[in-house]
Ligand binder design. Sequence first.
Ligand code: PBG
Length: 326
Amino acid sequence: MTGFPAARLRRLRATPAWRRLTRETRVAPSQLVLPLFVREGATEPVPITSMPGVVQHSLDSLAAEIHRAAEAGVGGVMLFGVPERKDAVGSGATDPEGILNVATRRAVAEAGDTLVVQTDLCLDEFTDHGHCGVLDARGRVDNDATLERYRDMALAQAEAGSQLLGLSGMMDGQTAVTRTALDGAGYGDVALLAYAAKYASAFYGPFREAVQSSLEGDRRTYQLDPANRREGAREAALDVTEGADVVMVKPAMGYLDVLADTAATAPVPVWAYQVSGEYAMIEAAAAHGWIDRERAIDESIMGIVRAGADAVLTYWAVEAAERMTS
Ligand code: PBG
């Protein structure tokens, strides 16, 4: 049987040296962004039960974690605030002394030029009803009234020193409104990350505990239907025309087709968010001994980059970065 099979793909897989040389996709620590939760009033980090290994930080533990992340070569951090008090309009989001803005000032001071400090620009952490916007008289999320809150939130975050605002609320026009407001206030250098294709996903479950969200109902009137692929690409294209510097697809693993579509067409960097539920699934299965934890983590991140992500938001950013360089 000489000459058969004609194609022997195993040649290039034969040794670690071959596999390393012929690898198509590489992931570097600088492509990873670490989401961080900061809890108002906390003096110690508070564990998040559904995300083993992830905590709500105090300001001091936030500072320490930023140094760890920078040391590992991580590209950036994305900050989320967990306020002590919530109300209907999410007042804490626009208060310069609100936890997210306080944490941002601290993070920027600690990080210097080592990594990019980013902030979540959404109201759900700050509203008592848990929605990403303000409600109208009938209890529906009011798009245009919410845009006014986002505009004020953008200015507060820029003032606090955030370098990249993560527009995760899925309101129509949010990118254009924030860009205009920032430029008008002299913050032309603050960049915008539009959560362009953010799906109404069950995989945000553990995040609700992380930010102590009291959401009743769901976000289906503003986040994308998981069935829709074309609409994801349309959202991304729209956000680019509105001035997005980076667009995001979220969650990651269930939406790799949307990610690949967006990466193929967007003229800006495309990022993906490996969300809380993706984290929890792997941690839980590994805790049972059902999968190899480290391999599963690294493979999951590789898959997201292979599908087209230029960077990945992942709760494993520091651990994965340390493995890459060790
Ligand atoms: C909105 C926001 C959410 C997440 C990031 N930004 C929650 C939601 O839309 O329901 C989820 C992130 C995760 O699950 O890890 N502020």
